[in-house]
Design a protein around this ligand. Structure first.
Ligand SMILES: Cc1cc2nc3c(=O)[nH]c(=O)nc-3n(C[C@H](O)[C@H](O)[C@H](O)COP(=O)(O)OP(=O)(O)OC[C@H]3O[C@@H](n4cnc5c(N)ncnc54)[C@H](O)[C@@H]3O)c2cc1C
Length: 342
């Protein structure tokens, strides 16, 4: 959108929450602009190429608990986008796999393909998606005009009747403060109470065999290393064996400021027990998620600020965590804001 453009709704963040909100708002006829600082849509639905291979390095899979989300997932399965990957994980012990019967879903081509699918859908429905643009401040519209003004690092300004902030709550609060936007003490306290744990993630290309238990992953909640997965066996990296290794929240926090050169060998050590004799790590990189998963949340699926002009906060810090929580938050915001602006 060009300088000084005006939309009904500006959404900051084209992760799954912002995309779902945009899907509802665009379907209901509102003019939506979605702005994301990333190179593409998706946020923590992130898939990266490594040489000939590919790896999910944010969310690894998702679960479905609510009928509302189940409807969406059924549609994504019907178009061949989403598939059931597993019904549980081994913790890496001799007890082997422990299926608990609950389906875990993944996305053909990697988790980011779901974001790409939704981004194509919302732009077909008229929404404008701007990527590679970082919003720097959210302020009341100048000279008493209606709504809000967003300033961005490319010098553009976007006006909107309503704003939705879907970045992790500390980042959203920083944008509000940069724009000198007033929040009530209660709203501010509710947002400030949402906290996240970090995650240090390693992606490693392996030459030779890997013998992670079926279906190619171990999950060890509470351990230093919480997750190791083989993206080839997952089905998203046919040309090369690429492993994803996640540090647990406490371990990641303790090592967050350490240089890659110190972190990478520790992540490689964690995957060594799963390499066949003669197999070796031939390439690798470390990725840092400062706001990986919420550890404290707002009880509701969104927070609508107490001011007169619509300002909504959402994402996985609101209601339920994980991909499903972010989806439900986005849908709830989309409907509430469309009703408010009708
Ligand atoms: C390592 C890791 C593993 C995970 N594993 C799982 C899992 O297995 N299953 C599961 O269900 N969930 C998992 N999650 C959590 C899941 O990824 C998130 O709950 C979900 O993707 C959050 O979506 P969101 O839209 O709320 O936020 P995000 O995806 O973070 O989207 C927010 C967007 O806002 C953008 N943004 C931020 N600031 C600005 C700005 N100033 N200007 C413009 N854009 C901005 C960001 O670029 C981002 O795209 C995992 C997360 C991580 C990091």
């Amino acid at each position: 959108m060009s300088d000084d453009a005006m939309a009904d709704v500006a959404i900051i963040g084209a992760g799954i929450c912002g995309l779902m909100a945009a899907a509802v708002l665009a379907l209901r006829g509102l003019k939506v602009v979605l702005i994301d600082k990333g190179r593409g849509a998706g946020g923590r639905l992130a898939t990266r190429r490594l040489g000939a291979g590919r790896a999910d390095h944010g969310a690894q899979f998702f679960t479905v608990r609510s009928p509302l989300f189940a409807d969406w997932v059924e549609r994504w399965q019907a178009v061949g986008l989403v598939y059931q990957w597993a019904t549980g994980w081994s913790d890496g012990s001799l007890a082997g796999t422990k299926p608990d019967g609950h389906p875990r879903y993944a996305v053909h081509g990697g988790m980011n393909a779901l974001a790409k699918h939704l981004a194509a859908q919302v732009t077909r429905e008229g929404a404008i998606l701007q990527t590679g643009v970082r919003v720097t401040a959210v302020s009341p519209a100048p000279a008493g005009g209606p709504g809000w003004e967003l300033a961005a690092d490319d010098g553009s300004r976007t006006g909107a009747r309503g704003v939705v902030l879907t970045a992790p709550a500390p980042q959203s609060l920083a944008l509000i403060d940069a724009g000198h936007t007033h929040l009530t003490a209660a709203d501010r306290a509710a947002l400030a109470a949402i906290e996240y744990a970090p995650c240090l993630c390693g992606l490693f290309t392996v030459r030779g065999g890997v013998h992670l238990p079926a279906p190619g992953a171990v999950q060890q909640p509470g351990s230093d290393i919480s997750w190791i997965a083989d993206n080839q066996r997952k089905g998203i990296s046919p040309e090369a064996t690429v492993l994803t290794v996640h540090g647990g929240p406490a371990w990641s926090a303790a090592h967050y400021e350490a240089p890659d050169a110190a972190v990478q060998p520790l992540l490689v050590d964690a995957l060594r027990p799963w390499l066949d004799d003669g197999a070796e790590v031939v390439a690798g990189e470390v990725k840092r998620w400062r706001y990986a998963v919420p550890v404290t949340q707002h009880a509701e699926r969104m927070l609508r600020s107490s001011g007169a002009v619509p300002l909504y906060f959402g994402g996985d810090g609101f209601g339920e965590p994980r991909v499903e929580g972010a989806v439900l938050s986005g849908l709830a915001i989309g409907h509430a804001l469309a009703d408010e602006l009708a």
